[in-house]
Design a protein around this ligand. Sequence first.
Ligand code: HGA
Length: 607
Amino acid sequence: MCGIVGILGATPVADRLLEGLKRLEYRGYDSAGICTEHDGELDRRRAPGKLANLAERLRADPLPGLIGIAHTRWATHGGPTEDNAHPHIAGDVSVVHNGIIENFRPLREELIADGRTFLSETDTEVVAHLVDRELKRGLGAREAVAAVLPRLHGAFALAVLVRTEPDVLFGARLGAPLTVGYGDGENYLGSDAHALAPLTQRIAYLEEGDWAEVRRDRVQIFDRDNATVEREIVNSGVFGHAADRGNYRHFMQKEIYEQPVVVAQTLRSYLQRLEGRVTLPIPESDLSDVRRVTVVACGTSFYAGMVARYWFEQFARVPVDIDVASEFRYRQPVMEPGGLALFISQSGETADTLAALRHARAEGQRIAVVCNVPTSSMAREADILLPTHAGPEIGVASTKAFTCQLAVLAALAANLARAKGKLSEAAEREIVRHLSEAPAAINGALAYDEAIEAMAGTVASARDVLYLGRGTDYPLALEGALKLKEISYIHAEGYAAGEMKHGPIALIDDAVPVIVIAPSGPLFEKTVSNMQEVRARGGRVILISDYDGVAAAGEGCIATITMPKVHPLIAPIVYAVPVQLLAYHVAVAKGTDVDQPRNLAKSVTVE
Ligand code: HGA
């Protein structure tokens, strides 16, 4: 994570840098800082914690200057203190960094042996010292940056400001995203187009190994061999208005409530309702030769992928492998040439998933990407881009992106099934009909918000919570537990309902609420049997089912949540809602920071 902004301005930059950081705060909020050059000096303000602290500091002590770099941090090396906050300064050089300099230890030792003193525990500070040392050895700023970049191993996006050359900013990327923005008599650097949206829509995406010398009147981009290269300037299509919460108390709540609209919006580009057809919004989406699908994602997106595995295998009869992205490469997966590798990510920047994507590409896979940001690195590297149309998701705990991912994945499963000759026209029409019913069913689920709020206290007082589900409700149980952990800090685990008896049932006592997700349908009886096993051992069960399910099995539960009756295909989309609402209300009851929970950040751009 970590967000970077740099401005070479015609007017003072500090306020605009702060505005850019606000748009990047989703990447991390451990600390933030801005450094400018004015009157021949580097000057900076830094503050631990949320961006509001930095804003406060800048109000008390404004920062002049027409050139500056700024950073919002998600700490990897060194705690979230002011000393570790970026920008780091060594001599004449100031640096902000997103990523990890993996060889920072030997570099630091080398620099200390050279008489240099470190003021932070970060990996980043070595970069400032290395560049400054080259300057002191007599190199110009450009030559110094060029000399240092090959010495850095790992992943980085960097912005560098040099006191002695106050008309130039340097940017570099390897494994972490960085864009150059083109303005009118001004130019910019930013982690993404969103950060620069109030400043410009004219963006060039740096490619792996690229670095840039940015001046007010020109930008020169070099590749890793220092050859001058042209990178296309595109219109980002991202505009300046920042998301607002409207009348909702939290972004997460607003985003939960947006789901009927955004799922409908997403489905609209995949379903031809009148014809009863599913189409992918790309030319030549012929998937008939796909013999295996490899699904890779992290966190909530991984659970969406787990649901999709059931669908791909059930409808298209295609075998599916699924991995969390951080493990994928390291198990040296065997992939047949020509296979389809599917990557799911809200931001399209998740470093683990992006690295997995590149690994799969090197192994000859066709790359499909489901993501919510069409300008993201993953979107740009996809052969088949399947966008979700969830709109910006600000709450760190993903909600609407998840249900939109499920909608897209269901459409992909149907498309794959048809391409493989496994789906009759009538069956396809049925799928389209059921998917089209999802937005209304989500609305129906939202109607239980107050009932869920009323029972949140039961869960809020627990230390541990278990979630159980079977079939596609199993990933939902995992997602429910993750949501609760993320925003309420209650320890929670999700299990396949049938797996309880093989161990976790030993945890059951009257202090552990067990949330059972069991829509009526083919797996209902089996899940309910597992639920009874829990109850027989004194477990306190909260059952989430539909009217029939609650009527059949609700007796003796400490609470029930009644969902609209839906087809099993869309049950994971609809049942995501009570799972999200429960986590939300528990967090509110506990008084945690719902939209920016501790230790987390939304887009995880370090491995
Ligand atoms: N390693 C640096 C930057 C961390 C980062 O990019 N996080 O997403 C630090 O710890 O400050």
